[in-house]
Design a protein around this ligand. Structure first.
Ligand code: 3NM
Length: 541
C-alpha cells in the first residue's frame, strides 16, 4: 500500500511492546482491538525480538494494518522494514543516520525521527523536506516503558518549544506526535498546552505504548483516547471559557457581582502554601467571606476537591512533599475546579526551578501568578533571581507585558505579573484545542492583556505574605464564581480588589504593622459593604 505522505493520519499512534501484554492477550489481539477502536497508525517496536520472530510478527501485523487501511512503521530495523515492504521506519537519535535511512528506503516511505531538544530541529531544517516526514517529540512525562532513557521529561512546555523551533526554522513539512507517559488523564491538557507561539501549529497526534499495550482491554483503552482526541474541547475548570471580547468593560461592576457570588457560594479555598503565608492568608480568605483550609494531607485532597465551590492555591514558597501537591493538582483538575499556582522564588535556586517546573508540568492551572522576577524567569527572560523577593530592577513595561503573555500562552492560563503595575494576560483561548490546527488567529503577541495601575504601595513590600495573599484572593473569587463566569475577568477583579484594599489601607496606616491589619479590614469591609469606589486604573493593551 502506498500512503500519500502528507495525508497520513498521525492522530492516535500506537507503538507496540510485547513485553507488557496482560495475561491472555497477544500482540496481534491487542493491535487488532486497538485498530478497531480508532488507532490511526502503528509502529512495531520490539526491542528484544530476534530477527526471525520480528519478521513473522511484522508480516502478521502488516496484514492487520492493511485490513484497516492504516500505515505500519517499523522501529529501528530498516532491514525488516525493507524485507516486508512496510510503509515506513522510525529511528532514534542514536540509530542509523537519517540520510542513510532515506537512501535505503527510498522517497515514498514514511520516515520518523525521535526528537528531544529544539536544537535537533536545526538538523531537520538543513536536511530539508525530503528526509523526515514526522518527528516523535518526547519524552513528555516520566515513563517506565523506555528503559534507561537518556532524556528527562520535557513536559508540555518542552513540546511547545520544539513546535516553536519547527516554526522558526520553517520546517512546515514535518508532522509531529508527542510521546512518553501519555494517558487519558493528561492527554487533554497536553493537547491544550502544546502549541507554537505564532498560533500556527499544534501536535498532529499522540503516541502511546503502555496505555494500550498493557491494557486489559486494549479496545476500550484506544476508544478512550480516540474520544478525547475527537472531543476538541477541554474545559479545565468549571467556568465558561468563552473567548471574551469584552476587555474594555467596566470591571468594577463585575467585581460587585463576583463578591456577591462569593458571599452566596462561600468557597472552600485549600491552601498548600508556605509557613509564612499560612496565618495571614487564612485571615485574608476569611475576610473575603471564603473558608480557608490549610491542608497538606494527601488522603483528603479528593474530598476537598469535591466540596462545592472548592478552589486550590498552590504556593511553592516552602516546599510541601511533591507527591501531596501533585495529588492535589490531579484531584482538582479531575473535577475541573480552579487552581492558582504561585511559583515563589521560581529561579532562586536550581531546586526551586526543578520543583516548580515539575509541578507546572503536572497539571492545568487556571491562573499562574508571580512577581516580576518570577514571571520574567518563567517566561525565560531573565537569569537567576536573588532570594525569593521581587526583582528590584526597573523593567521596561513592554518586556513585562511580553513575559506575562508568554506565561499565559505557554500554560494556557490567566497569567498575573505583580509589581507597581500589575499585568494580566488571558491565555485560555476559549478552552478549545484541536489536533494540527494550532491556535489559529490567537498568537502569543496578541493575547488579551490588561494593566492595573494603582500607584506604588510600598507598604505591601514591608509585610510578609502580601503577594501570596493575592493568590488567596484570586482563588476565593475563582472558587466562589458561578459556572458561567469568565476566569480572566475574575482574576482581573481579584487583582483590582486586592490592590484597592492595599491602597486604602496604606492611606490610614502608621506603619507596616497597622498596614497588615488595615489590609484585612479593608477587604473585610469591601466584602461586607460592596459596592465601593474603584480607584485602580485599568488599561487594555
Ligand atoms: N519513545 P508509554 S518515550 C518509545 O521519548 C518511546 O522518544 C520515547 O511509552 C521518546 O506510552 C517512549 O508507555 C515510551 O509511556 C513511551
Amino acid at each position: 500500500m502506498v500512503f500519500i505522505k502528507n495525508e497520513v493520519d498521525y492522530s492516535l499512534y500506537l507503538v507496540t511492546d510485547s513485553t507488557m501484554l496482560p495475561e491472555g492477550k497477544t500482540l496481534y489481539s491487542q493491535v487488532e482491538d486497538a485498530l478497531e477502536n480508532g488507532v490511526s497508525i502503528v509502529q512495531l517496536r520490539e526491542k528484544d525480538a530476534e530477527t526471525k520472530i520480528f519478521i513473522q510478527e511484522a508480516i502478521e501485523i502488516q496484514k492487520l494494518c492493511q485490513k484497516f487501511d492504516v500505515p505500519l512503521i517499523i522501529n529501528d530495523r530498516i532491514d525488516v522494514a525493507l524485507a516486508i515492504d512496510a510503509d515506513g521506519v522510525h529511528v532514534g537519535q542514536d540509530d542509523m543516520p537519517i540520510p542513510m535511512v532515506r537512501k535505503l528506503v527510498g522517497p515514498n516511505k514514511i520516515v520518523g525521527w525521535s526528537v528531544g531538544y529544539p536544537q535537533e530541529v536545526e538538523q531537520l531544517a538543513q536536511w530539508g523536506p525530503d528526509y523526515v516526514d514526522y518527528i516523535g517529540i518526547g519524552m513528555v512525562f516520566p515513563t517506565d516503558t523506555k528503559k534507561n532513557p537518556k532524556k528527562s521529561p520535557m513536559g508540555p512546555r518542552g513540546v511547545a518549544r520544539i513546535l516553536d523551533a519547527l516554526e522558526n526554522h520553517g520546517v512546515d513539512w514535518c508532522r509531529t506526535v508527542a510521546i512518553g507517559g501519555l494517558h487519558p488523564d493528561n492527554i487533554s491538557r497536553v493537547l491544550y498546552q502544546c502549541n507554537s507561539g505564532n498560533g500556527r501549529r499544534s501536535i498532529d497526534g499522540i503516541s502511546v505504548v503502555s496505555d494500550i499495550m498493557a491494557a486489559k482491554n486494549a479496545g476500550t483503552a484506544a476508544k478512550n483516547l480516540r474520544d478525547l482526541l475527537d472531543k476538541g474541547y477541554y474545559s479545565f475548570v468549571n467556568l465558561q471559557l468563552s473567548i471574551s471580547t469584552i476587555y474594555d468593560v467596566d470591571f468594577s461592576s463585575h467585581t460587585k457581582r463576583f463578591l456577591e457570588q462569593v458571599a452566596k457560594n462561600r468557597p472552600l479555598v485549600q491552601h498548600i502554601t508556605n509557613k509564612v503565608h499560612q496565618n495571614f492568608g487564612a485571615n485574608i480568605t476569611l475576610a473575603l467571606g471564603s473558608s480557608p483550609i490549610m491542608s497538606e494531607i494527601k488522603e483528603e485532597v479528593n474530598d476537598l476537591a469535591h466540596v462545592p465551590h472548592s478552589a486550590l492555591l498552590v504556593n511553592t514558597g516552602s516546599v510541601t512533599p511533591l507527591d501531596v501537591v501533585k495529588a492535589a493538582i490531579e484531584a482538582y483538575n479531575c473535577v475541573r475546579r480552579p487552581i492558582v499556582f504561585d511559583p515563589v522564588g521560581y529561579s532562586a535556586t536550581t531546586t526551586r526551578i526543578v520543583l516548580n517546573n515539575t509541578l507546572l508540568a503536572s497539571g492545568q492551572f487556571t491562573c499562574v501568578k508571580g512577581n516580576t522576577g518570577e514571571i520574567l524567569s518563567l517566561a525565560g527572560f531573565s537569569g537567576k533571581m536573588r532570594g525569593v523577593d521581587a526583582h528590584d530592577g526597573n523593567f521596561d513595561k513592554d518586556i513585562l507585558i511580553q513575559a506575562t503573555r508568554e506565561v499565559a500562552f505557554r500554560f494556557r492560563t490567566v497569567a498575573v505579573c505583580t509589581g507597581e503595575l500589575d499585568f494580566i494576560a488571558d491565555g485560555t483561548l476559549g478552552g478549545t484545542y484541536s489536533l494540527s490546527d494550532g491556535t489559529r488567529d490567537r498568537v502569543l503577541e496578541d493575547l488579551p492583556c490588561v494593566v492595573v495601575s494603582n500607584g506604588s504601595i510600598p507598604l505591601m513590600g514591608d509585610i510578609t505574605a502580601s503577594g501570596c495573599s493575592l493568590g488567596s484572593t484570586i482563588a476565593s473569587l475563582l472558587g466562589g464564581a458561578n459556572s458561567d463566569e469568565n476566569p480572566f475577568e475574575l482574576v482581573v477583579a481579584a487583582v483590582m480588589l486586592y490592590k484597592e484594599a492595599g491602597r486604602l489601607a496604606s492611606l490610614i496606616s502608621e506603619g507596616s504593622g497597622s498596614f497588615s491589619v488595615q489590609l484585612i479590614d479593608k477587604l473585610h469591609n469591601c466584602f461586607r459593604s460592596n459596592p465601593r469606589i474603584w480607584a485602580p486604573k485599568i488599561e487594555t493593551l
